[in-house]
Structures are given as C-alpha cells and as structure tokens.
Design a protein. Structure first.
Length: 202
C-alpha cells in the first residue's frame, strides 16, 4: 500500500478539489469561533463533505485531494486530518451512494426487530448484509449503526446523516425504499429527456 493511501485517503478525483468561495467564507467564520485552527477540524471536514455532496461530478467520498484541501486550510498534516476523518462514521471515507441508510442494530432496536429490518433492507436493495455496502444502481448505501440515541423510538434508522425514521415496520421501510427508488428513476428519466432534446435541437 502506498503512503498516499495510508495517510491521505482514497485516490483523488480527476479534477482536484478546491474550496469554493461560499465554503471559504464558512471556514473563515468558523475559525473565529475557536482559539486554534486545529479545533475547527470537525466542522471544516463537514463543510468539505457538503461541497463534495453538492457536486454530481465527484464521488461522494473524502478523497485524497479533499483531505489535502482541509489540511491546507487549517495548517495541519494530511495524515492527521485523515486519521480524524476515519474515526467518525459521519464522514464519507468510503464511497457512498445517493442515499446513506444507517440502521440501528444496537440492543434496544434489536429487541424490537432492528436486525430483521436491516436484513430486509439489504435484501430489498441487493446489498450483502454481512458487510453492508452500496446497491448496484448506486442509489443506496446500507450500513449498521451503533445506537443513534433514539431508543424510545425503536426500531429506527437515519437517512443521509439527517432525518430519523422511527417506530419502523416492514411496511414503513418498504415505503421509504420505494419513494427513494422512484425519485431516482424520475431523475434518470428527466436527464434522458434533456439529452434527447439537446440531440434533436442540434
């Protein structure tokens, strides 16, 4: 394994990452809140990830060039930034599909069907439940989560590092998967329509 792979994360995208003006402005505001630049690392990683998410030409992943941009912005070593990013599950250090679904399989959720829901979700989207992963169409990344602090609403999952879906049943889970699948199909059809229009108008 190369040094870059062990310290900087996955290979860089074809077009090197650079913070845009909006992200730089956010970082500048963040730095005013901390006595040392290093202390702002977690929120700056979040800014970087949000910019990556907003660019459909890039993989949903903190690649080597993203890690380096964060390190340069804070005057830190890329290896240090990568070490912090890989400690937290909220940062995408592995490729992630259009939707990240994290199913709580901690004790409280498992007692009321959390593990069965995880297995059902994996079967629905075609992911190996042993390790989790991303569906063949790139729409869903499924993984287990350890206690999302919603034990009173079990079983539950978190979607896209944001919304909690609680008191889940098989029917609610299926409806959630269907709605996100239909959304993806609609987007594909829209893009195909636009391509056809452009070709016809040439």
């Amino acid at each position: 394994m190369t040094e870059a792979a062990t310290t900087l994360g996955p290979p860089a995208a074809p077009v090197p990452f650079a913070f845009n003006e909006a992200s730089l402005a956010r970082i500048a505001r963040l730095l005013t809140r901390y006595p040392q630049q290093q202390a702002a690392l977690l929120p700056v990683l979040w800014v970087a990830q949000e910019q990556v998410d907003s660019d459909p030409s890039r993989p949903r992943q903190l690649t080597a060039d993203v890690i380096k941009a964060v390190a340069d912005a804070l005057g830190l070593a890329p290896a240090y930034v990568w070490g912090v990013a890989t400690f937290y599950t909220m940062y995408f250090t592995q490729p992630v599909g259009k939707h990240l679904v994290e199913v709580c399989t901690s004790v409280a959720c498992c007692l009321v069907g959390g593990e069965e829901l995880y297995q059902r979700l994996c079967a629905r989207v075609g992911v190996d439940p042993a390790a989790g992963g991303t569906s063949a169409d790139g729409v869903f990344t499924v993984r287990r989560a350890e206690c999302l602090a919603a034990c009173g609403y079990a079983p539950m999952l978190q979607l896209d590092n944001g919304a909690f879906h609680e008191h889940l049943t098989d029917e609610k889970l299926d409806a959630l998967v269907d709605s996100r699948s239909e959304e993806h199909t609609s987007e594909l059809q829209s893009r195909q329509y636009l391509v056809c229009r452009l070709l016809l108008e040439k």
